[in-house]
Structures are given as C-alpha cells and as structure tokens.
Design a protein. Structure first.
Length: 117
C-alpha cells in the first residue's frame, strides 16, 4: 500500500505514533501492532464488528492501494487520525479514535473506526 503521511506530526512523537498505528491497522502490520497494543485490544471497525486478532483487516480495506493521512492528533489518553483510503476505482474517507491505556501512550486499548461519507 502506498502511504502518504500527514506533515503535521514532525514536532509531536505521540501524533506520529497515532498516525503509525492507523497505518499499521490498515496494512495489517502485526510486528508493529504487537509492540503497541494491550493484551485486551479491540478494533471496532463497524457498529456490528469488532476485531481482536492483530493484523486482521476489515473487508473494506483489503482492496485499497493507498492511504493518505490528513490529520493526526493526540491528547492525554486519546488520539485521532483521519484520511482517505483509495483503490483504483474508489475512495473511502475514515476517522479512527485511538484510546491508550494511559496518558503516556505506550499501549493502545481500543481503536474505533468511522467511515465517512
């Protein structure tokens, strides 16, 4: 997958981390995710589906060829990332809310995905 990161994360390691977490979720980067998620991690990908297996990607993501991050911000125990996933024939806007286990931002407890119209 082609990745274009937000240019706003240069001065904030935690903003960069939330951006990298979103990318890893979409790419199914198990090695990275194993380092940053808690043992009870959940990824809420839709109102009816929660993924707990690290590296599993929702069906909506599997055919995408690129990701562009517009915004990545963090504060305290949470962060958010928004952007666009693209394939050769479509694009899908998203937002992910990331909840850390603590304000230090070392482990992720939950990621909640929102698909935007």
């Amino acid at each position: 997958m082609i990745v274009k990161k937000s240019s706003d994360c240069g001065n904030s390691p935690k903003n960069d981390l939330v951006q990298n977490i979103a990318i890893a979720l979409f790419e199914g980067d198990v090695a990275f995710l194993n380092d940053v998620v808690s043992e009870d991690f959940e990824w809420q990908v839709s109102s009816a589906k929660t993924l707990t297996k690290i590296g599993a990607s929702p069906l909506e993501v599997r055919k995408m060829t690129s990701i562009e991050i517009d915004l990545a911000i963090s504060h305290g125990k949470s962060g958010t990332v928004s952007g666009v996933l693209k394939s050769n024939t479509s694009e899908k806007r998203f937002s992910i809310i990331i909840e850390f286990t603590s304000a230090s931002g070392k482990k992720v407890r939950r990621a909640t995905n929102y698909w935007l119209k």
